[in-house]
Ligand binder design. Structure first.
Ligand code: COA
Length: 373
């Protein structure tokens, strides 16, 4: 039987991680609504929830925080690689290469038990923000900022980027944005991770495949393209005409539409709120205001809803990130979800290998070189 194009509607894995109801706009991690997690949880709590199945008690949270915070510093060879390529490498390419390079010398590389995957998972998830910050500072000619294990994941990420103690609002906004992006069913990058893990390839290999897959503009790359659009429009008064013209020419508007949601993406509600709070606090309202006009016009003209990437762009921009860092931040946010999926896959593995329908020429006879025209 031939599945619909793009495997739409095909159930290709079982998961206990996230539940999505695309008709009703529901997303829950291990049974907890994304709305509750966005309101109350920290990045570390949600990592614990995904990896161990339950919300942590206070002692478990201390341990999970410590396991992440104490492993933020990069192995020397990875730091060296990032530093050398910082000016020439695009951040998403360098992050993918750095995660792949983290495999070299990892003491658990060839073991894929749950315990070994968790040990590797802590190291990878802890170090991805360090890679992003190190590259960004190095390419600006700034000295690297060493991790501070006293700080939480989001706070230290911001401090390693700027070299300054981050503001409370910025920390909370990044924390929530990272939670919102942590897991999302069998999205394309997670599927790629599971396909790699399904061959019994190791965690680093699976994450490298996932980062490669997230890069595309139909997936994680969309947040970058949203920022390009906001900059092109540059003035709220021009936003509606820009969108109408693009839709009339059948162009896709980045940050809109979704394979699964038929209504508003529940993550977009919170990202819009974060964007509004940052706009108000900073007094720079331009990106937020342009975004609201684009959102209203897409809804009016084509009944299109914003997805997770749309308000992530203005949020990240107001947090001070360059736009080529948006997709790497998405990768650092999604990493705990990918790791949880690889653990699920390795725990109950079967090679993922669908069939294909052949549509090429029928069988034919070999043609010797002298008879070919
Ligand atoms: N802008 C304009 N029209 C869009 C659109 C968008 N962003 N997203 C979907 N549509 C329209 C398509 O043109 C198509 O309309 P048609 O039936 O009149 O031809 C219809 O909606 C279905 O879109 P399709 O691309 O077939 O859906 P899909 O499930 O294959 O794709 C996405 C889903 C996410 C890839 C698609 O919505 C998209 O390309 N969005 C922009 C990129 C993006 O934001 N990606 C991040 C996703 S979280």
């Amino acid at each position: 039987m031939f599945a619909k194009e793009g495997l739409q509607g095909v159930v290709a894995a079982r998961t206990g991680l996230s539940r999505i109801d695309g008709e009703r706009g529901v997303l829950a991690y291990r049974g907890y609504s994304i709305h509750d997690l966005a309101a109350h949880a920290s990045f570390e709590e949600v990592v614990h929830l995904l990896w161990y199945g339950e919300l942590p008690n206070p002692a478990q949270l201390v341990e999970t925080r410590h396991s992440l915070a104490s492993q933020r510093a990069l192995p020397e060879r990875v730091a060296d690689l990032v530093t050398r390529a910082a000016r020439d490498g695009a951040p998403m390419d360098l992050l993918r290469t750095a995660v792949s390079a983290m495999a070299i010398g990892d003491p658990d590389l060839h073991e894929s038990t749950r315990e070994a995957n968790l040990r590797k998972g802590f190291r990878i998830a802890a170090q991805m923000p360090t890679v992003i910050a190190l590259q960004d500072r190095t390419r600006q000619g700034l000295p690297p900022v060493r991790p501070n294990p006293e700080l939480g994941h989001a706070a230290d990420f911001l401090r390693m980027m700027t070299g300054r103690p981050p503001e409370e609002l910025a920390v909370r906004c990044l924390d929530v944005a990272m939670i919102l992006q942590m897991d999302h069913g069998l999205n394309a990058s997670t599927f790629a991770a599971r396909v790699a893990a399904g061959t019994l390839a190791d965690l680093h290999a699976a994450l490298t495949a996932a980062i490669a897959t997230l890069k595309g503009p139909l997936h994680g790359g969309a947040n970058h393209d949203v920022m390009v659009m906001l900059r092109t429009i540059d003035d709220p008064a021009r936003a509606a005409d820009h969108v109408r013209a693009a839709l009339a020419q059948k162009r896709k508007i980045p940050g809109f539409g979704h394979r699964v949601y038929r209504t508003l993406d529940p993550r977009a509600i919170h990202l819009k709120e974060l964007s509004a709070r940052l706009a108000q606090a900073s007094g720079q309202e331009k990106w937020y205001r342009i975004s609201t006009v684009i959102e209203a016009t897409c809804k009016e003209v084509k009944n299109l809803n914003a997805n997770v990437d749309f308000y992530a762009a203005s949020t990240y921009s107001m947090l001070g990130f360059e736009m080529d860092l948006f997709t790497p931040i998405f990768a650092a946010s999604r990493a705990p979800g990918w790791i949880a999926h690889v653990i699920e896959q390795h725990t109950d593995n079967r090679l993922i290998r669908p069939n294909e329908e052949y549509i090429g020429p029928p069988d034919r006879e070999w043609v010797p070189m002298e008879r070919r025209t």
